[in-house]
Design a protein around this ligand. Sequence first.
Ligand code: PMT
Length: 224
Amino acid sequence: VPAGALGGRTVLVTAGPTVEPIDAVRYISNYSSGKMGYSIAEAAAAQGARVVLVSGPVALPAPEGVEVVPVKTARDMLAAASSVFPAADVAVFAAAVADLRPANPADRKLKKGRDDAALANVSLTENPDILATLAAGKRPDQYVVGFAAETNDVLMNAHAKLKKKHADMIVANQVGDGLAFGTDDDEVWLVTADDEVLLPLMSKRDVARRLIEVVARHLSRPGA
Ligand code: PMT
């Protein structure tokens, strides 16, 4: 693809974990470092796109030329992503969103001794699915990429997620054994309705560059 292939385009990226408070000092979260999503934002900006990166709490600097919207919970992430999505030509959902959150977070610190029952019985409730919610209302001119982190049956689960979440592509990575979460490198499949392409183990920055190339090529097709 030519340099600047995403000039004039807007790209929305979600990245990092979400954190879901239990009380004033405790939370539920996961091991996402944000490296994958930040690399995608960087690669899209390098191709000339306007990039909005909605990010859970991570320890990474903002990529050059990228607008970062920091969020904490899945519900914050949905609100921030929803306000950008209508303007986006491309949306890439790389965040590891907590599927569940504590139903009744305490706004003070729960104390051992006094709040033992509350600490031992944190009841959970389902978070909104950001990708599924937004992709369900996507226009034909918008291209939506989801991720799938799987421990087994990677391709089968990726095809199921592609349909269920209304995505145009799923980037599927195997997790476990020190893979995917927190690493610098990743091996992924790019899964669409009629294609499966393996990107062998490479840096997340290279995965991101390859993904952005494929997306840019798709957008430049006649009729796309
Ligand atoms: O951040 P890193 O350390 O670099 O790690 C990268 C990564 C492993 C987090 C990334 O490559 C990845 O796989 N991200 C998705 C992880 C995940 O939560 O997968 P999932 O199978 O649970 O979710 C599937 C898709 O739905 C994802 O696009 C996810 O962003 C989206 N989703 C899921 C749940 C939810 N409530 N809202 C969502 O939008």
